[in-house]
Structure formats: structure tokens, C-alpha cells
Write a new protein. Structure first.
Length: 189
């Protein structure tokens, strides 16, 4: 993992970067892809969706399916940044363990990924509460509040799936971190 300042120094010379957010899950996993033009400070929505794993027969097969689908998506979009939601404490320990396994699959596939420039993708993790606060100003905001904010920021009519909007929010947040660090770096010169 990189420190944000080092990362921006490495990517500041690239005009555009691709950000890929993942909201991991063992039954449904959300993904969101954004393009950030660093020079113009513009963000473009590329794609979003939900990976459904409910038809898989066993938990192990769901994890394998998640791995295969993510590998294909990462190969297609060749992200420079992959942003993954951190685990939060769940009321059901079994659910938390399964989520942990799914996150492991996401992290392993992310570590394998190469960007369009042939470099390894940079991997970041954020807690759900920090993403909600960044998107809405309140850490206790609802998922629907985050969804509404994203629609306005990205110019989308709607985002039908909560898992997809969570993933897009992760990618959006990383774009803002990159831009803010770039501004700070430019101000210090």
C-alpha cells in the first residue's frame, strides 16, 4: 500500500486514471468504474453494476465466481486504482466471516491487476462511515443519501442497485483524495 502523497506524485504526470470501486459480498458484490482527468479535474462515469453470485451451489463456488468475474472486469478496465470497502462489524458473525472471505478474493484479484500503463494497480481501503461522510457530510447517512449524492455528482438519472452505488462512492472518494493531494502538492511548490 502507498501513502497518498507518494501516490499522487507518481500519478500526477498521467492525465487520466481509471478508478474501480468494489463493495465486496459473498452473494452480491457491487462495482463502479470512473475515469478521472487529473489535469482538468473532471470525472466521467464509465460503468457500474452488481455481480450476482446467488446461483452458485456452494460458498466456495461463489468465491470462485467472484474471482473469475472480477478478473475479467479488471482486465477489461485496467484500473490504476482499486478501492475496496473495509469490513464493518456485523451483528451476525457468520456473515462477517463470509464477507471477510469475499474481501480476500477481491484483494487478491486487485493485487494481480495491471493498469493500462502496465503497472500494478494501487489498492486502497476505506470504511463505509468515512465514505458516507465524504459523500454527504454525515457519517451516519443512509445508503440512499449516498446514492442521491452520486447521481447529482455524476449526472446520472438513477443508480438502481445499492451495492453498485456503494462501489461508485468508493471510486468517487478516491478521485477526490487524488485531486486534493495534487492541489496540496502544487501549492507547496
Amino acid at each position: 500500500m502507498f501513502k497518498q502523497k507518494e501516490l499522487v506524485n507518481q500519478t500526477v504526470f498521467n492525465n487520466e486514471v481509471t478508478l474501480f470501486g468494489v463493495d465486496p459480498g459473498s452473494r452480491y458484490a457491487g462495482f463502479g468504474v470512473l475515469n478521472l482527468n487529473i489535469k482538468n479535474e473532471t470525472i466521467k462515469h464509465i460503468n457500474h453494476g452488481v455481480i450476482s453470485l446467488v446461483d452458485e451451489k456452494t460458498f466456495a463456488h461463489r468465491l470462485l465466481g467472484l474471482s473469475d468475474i472480477l478478473r475479467g472486469l479488471f482486465e477489461k478496465y485496467q484500473p490504476d486504482f482499486i478501492v475496496v470497502e473495509k469490513i464493518f462489524l456485523a451483528k451476525n458473525p457468520q456473515s462477517a466471516f463470509q464477507l471477510g472471505h469475499a474481501r480476500g478474493v477481491v484483494m487478491a484479484e486487485a493485487a494481480r491487476t495491471r493498469s493500462a500503463q502496465g503497472q500494478g494497480a494501487h489498492i486502497f481501503e476505506y470504511a463505509p462511515r468515512s465514505i458516507k461522510k465524504a459523500m454527504t457530510g454525515q457519517g451516519a447517512a443512509t445508503k440512499e443519501d449516498v446514492q442521491w449524492a452520486l447521481c447529482r455528482l455524476l449526472g446520472l438519472a438513477q443508480i438502481n442497485q445499492i451495492d453498485a452505488s456503494d462501489a461508485l462512492a468508493l471510486a468517487w472518494h478516491q478521485s477526490q483524495v487524488i485531486l486534493e493531494q495534487r492541489r496540496m502538492n502544487r501549492a507547496s511548490y
